[in-house]
Ligand binder design. Structure first.
Ligand SMILES: NC(=O)c1ccc[n+]([C@@H]2O[C@H](COP(=O)([O-])OP(=O)(O)OC[C@H]3O[C@@H](n4cnc5c(N)ncnc54)[C@H](O)[C@@H]3O)[C@@H](O)[C@H]2O)c1
Length: 312
């Protein structure tokens, strides 16, 4: 529990990750406002104690909210999150993820926010890296408009800090999974498979299923955000487990929770150009923010299945 109540803005607070973050901030006694346009977010995710503003982050009214509220901290999580959509419609992606982010940043500068905490991405920035686990110093050369937009906001943050003194923490998430995840997300495979099984449909593994990702549980990601708020340093941190898991293993871990169902591993065509490997190094965040993941994958999947059983 923090002794002092802070005024906090969470963008995207009706979404998967930031709704859990909002719950944790409110639990700590802070006053939380949410901006979300409900494009992928859900009203039922919104904590009833939060002040909710149904707004696009690009909207001019965002400025009025900053003016009226004097936010201490801003967690920026709202984004167009679908990588494939960004390839099909890079202009829409840039409007939301670059111009929308910039609108929030300009207001943070104008109203002297203490710290900006940004939900960035590891996987989409590093791509198929030749250093595994990949550290934050690895040269980010994104190959999707989504990754380019995330990197652009990271670059803007450097500028806002150097020139305008806006403090920030960039959190580069690995593949986040857990309750409330929707099936469009980067780590959608966990929620997609669970939803299919609960609806008596066959999950299909793309290609051989040997593509690996670094799966981090949403409650651990929330703790990383709280650690970023509590610590002074400006910096970039991976938020991950430093462990690789392939899709075939994910399928087995999920199906272990459905002992009554006869579930076979079925494979479909490989996805063209799909990233082979993603695994992020976490030495820096351990050392500087004192954070490390606590939830093991089997346990996180079990909790996620339980949630989907009650909410399918
Ligand atoms: N889920 C992952 O594995 C993962 C990995 C890396 C980074 N991230 C980042 O974490 C953040 C949260 O992702 P999530 O998985 O919770 O996705 P999500 O889709 O559940 O959350 C995003 C939220 O932002 C809102 N939103 C989108 N565009 C908006 C706009 N223009 N104006 C206002 N609100 C808008 C959506 O309605 C939604 O509630 C995103 O920035 C995403 O890029 C997620």
């Amino acid at each position: 529990m923090y002794l002092e109540q802070k005024k906090i803005l969470v963008t995207g607070g009706a979404g998967f990750i930031a709704s859990h973050l909002t719950d944790a901030l409110i639990e700590q006694g802070h006053e939380v406002s949410i901006i979300d346009n409900l494009s992928t977010g859900q009203k039922q995710n919104i904590n009833p104690k939060a002040n909710f503003f149904e707004l696009d982050i690009q909207d001019e009214q965002v400025g009025d909210l900053f003016k009226e509220n004097n936010f201490d901290y801003v967690f920026h999580s709202a984004a167009q999150i679908n990588l494939r959509n960004s390839v099909e419609n890079p202009i829409f992606d840039a409007q939301s993820n670059i111009l929308g982010g910039l609108n929030i940043l300009e207001n943070c500068k104008k109203y002297k926010v203490k710290k900006f905490i940004f939900s960035s991405t590891g996987g989409a920035l590093y791509g198929d890296a030749d250093i595994i686990p990949t550290p934050e110093t690895y040269l980010a050369k994104p190959i999707s408009p989504y990754g380019v937009a995330k990197l652009t906001i990271e670059n803007y943050l450097h500028y806002y800090q150097k020139i305008h003194g806006l403090n920030y923490t960039i959190l580069r998430y690995a593949n986040v999974y857990g309750p409330r995840q929707n099936s469009l997300a980067e780590a959608g495979v966990v929620s997609i498979f669970i939803t299919k099984i609960l609806n008596n449909q066959q999950p299909v593994i793309n290609g051989e299923g040997t593509q690996t990702r670094d799966y981090v549980y949403v409650a651990d990601v929330v703790r990383a955000n709280l650690a970023a708020m509590a610590h002074e340093p400006v910096g970039i941190y991976n938020v991950a487990t430093e462990k690789q898991t392939d899709v075939n293993q994910i399928f087995k871990l999920i199906t272990a929770n459905f002992p009554d169902k006869q579930l076979e591993e079925k494979h479909g065509p490989a996805m063209l150009g799909e990233q082979k490997t993603s695994c992020l190094a976490i030495g820096k965040i351990k050392k500087e923010l004192g954070w490390q993941p606590e939830v093991e994958l089997a346990d996180g999947i079990k909790r996620t299945v339980e949630w989907f059983r009650g909410n399918n």
